[in-house]
Design a protein around this ligand. Sequence first.
Ligand code: CA
Length: 302
Amino acid sequence: MMNKKLNYINNKGFALIITLWVMVIIVSIIISIAYITRLELRKSRYQVNKLKAFYLARAGIEKAISELYRNDFIVPNEFMYEEFDLYNRRELGDGCYWVRIEDENAKLNLNTLAQYRLNLLRPLDRTINKKEIVDGIFDWLDTDSNPRPYGAEESYYQFLYHGYNCKNGLLDTIEELRLIKGVDEETFKVLKKYLTVATNDSKININTTSLDVLETLPKVSKGKIQELLYERDSHPFKTREEIEDFFGEKIYKEVGNLIRLTSDTFRITCVGFVGNTYKEIEAIINVSPTSAPRIIYWQEKM
Ligand SMILES: [Ca+2]
């Protein structure tokens, strides 16, 4: 009788342990499923936000283009911010975007630039290896394989760790500068502000270009450049005659074919932000009062 009772208690204890184990397993499975579901949810929220950020960036590009058309292809001041901060973001939908427009016609076209003018570009003086950069760029562009004193040709690029060909031709995008001897990331950021390969000609827009670019014009004194900056602030140049009057016949002969009065090519950078995600688009657009904008470069960054 006693043994029967003990057996009954043992069986009951065993059943309780089994039940507890089953419960532990079930609870573990539930916790795992909840964890996986949470991860999946976070992943899909991230993907949705990423998609929204992409469309915000696209909206920013469209906004920039419409502002250019509205302002006769002059970049409005509020689109000139170089960096994103709280004050220049634009709220839209669930997020915000930051957009910047650069006038490519205010820059020097590297594919048609004479070497002496790149040497005159003062921001390059701040780099420690200016001679290497300038010679490197022109060796990259010229069709021969004879290196300049500080430059580099095929023999240099082929022996790099991940060797590649020297272009020996025109640049397709300004980002190609990164491949050239002497151009590190910091130098590239400087060069990108003053150089382009997107414009149709080698002329700079005299109404929008910077002091640094104006200083590369041949035979123009520093005093004349200061006068020009002052003059165009109140009365932007509208005709070639005005430019000729300003410079005088002798100087105009030197600079006339290096100057234009309006712009038609713009680089637009836009970053869309939603939650902790963002998406950046960089585009170069060609515009004209008589036709729709034409995209000539489009890059979506992570
Ligand atoms: Ca070459």
